[in-house]
Design a protein around this ligand. Structure first.
Ligand SMILES: CC(C)(COP(=O)(O)OP(=O)(O)OC[C@H]1O[C@@H](n2cnc3c(N)ncnc32)[C@H](O)[C@@H]1OP(=O)(O)O)[C@@H](O)C(=O)NCCC(=O)NCCS
Length: 212
């Protein structure tokens, strides 16, 4: 049984896309469809054709970026995960960011459930993003995160979508602001990366305040 926060998986069937020219069948995400008409990227579910590129991206900080470099992370084989659930589960997920102009995959967005209380209403989504170096600084990152927040609000009952990033990651902080996120504050010493504890800036969009 799905929790209050869980994505309604039917809305993200294999081959469906958010942004650009979305599949007609995902009518439930009409808000995302409308807002995506001027977007240069869209989000789609991973397929087995993405296995090679995902393995490449997730094997090197060259692709994921220094602020996503947590050393060697053990994860199940990508092809197995795609076969199992297309990388979209009840409490987490990953979508491919695709450039609309040439349908080229340029990165991934992901989300996982976080809880601020024991009741189902108190769960939120914490999102992350990684674009390949050549796709950065062209507005794609802010658009992709906006689309992801729209998708999570359209398909779940969560009231909050948040993103945390190193206080030194100015590009991500700016991209989140452009995507409509507000800065909540700084979590001191929250993240261990590259041999030391780091402060992270927390950003969020709140459904009932930011009227999504
Ligand atoms: C962070 C990331 C997602 C941002 O996406 P992006 O497509 O590059 O971002 P956008 O082009 O939408 O916006 C970036 C903004 O930051 C600004 N910016 C970029 N580098 C900057 C820097 N070093 N200092 C200050 N501002 C910076 C850009 O000028 C732009 O703002 P503007 O449009 O007002 O000029 C992308 O750079 C990326 O994937 N980086 C590596 C992975 C990563 O750090 N992920 C987040 C980890 S929590």
């Amino acid at each position: 049984m799905q929790g209050q926060c869980a994505p309604l998986l039917d809305f993200m069937e294999s081959g469906s896309r958010l942004g650009g020219r979305p599949a007609a069948r995902i009518r439930e995400v009409s808000e995302a469809e409308t807002s995506s008409q001027t977007h240069a990227v869209r989000l789609r579910q991973a397929t087995l054709e993405d296995v090679e590129v995902l393995n490449l991206w997730w094997s090197s900080a060259l692709y994921t970026g220094e602020f996503n470099d947590f050393g060697k992370v053990t994860r199940p084989p990508v092809d197995k995960s795609i076969r199992e659930n297309g990388l979209v589960g009840e409490d987490r997920g990953t979508l491919v960011v695709e450039r609309v102009a040439d349908l080229k995959p340029i990165g991934t967005v992901s989300w996982r459930q976080v809880r601020y209380g024991p009741n189902p209403e108190s769960c939120a989504w914490n999102i992350g993003i990684s674009l390949v170096p050549e796709a950065r600084r062209q507005g794609f990152g802010s658009q992709a995160q906006r689309l992801l927040a729209d998708y999570l609000f359209a398909t779940t009952s969560a009231n909050r979508v948040e993103a945390a990033t190193d206080v030194e990651n100015l590009a991500e902080q700016r991209a989140l602001e452009k995507a409509g996120f507000s800065r909540d504050g700084v979590l001191r010493g929250a993240q261990y990366r590259a041999g030391t504890w780091r402060d992270v800036a927390m950003y969020s969009v709140v459904r009932r305040i930011d009227s999504r």
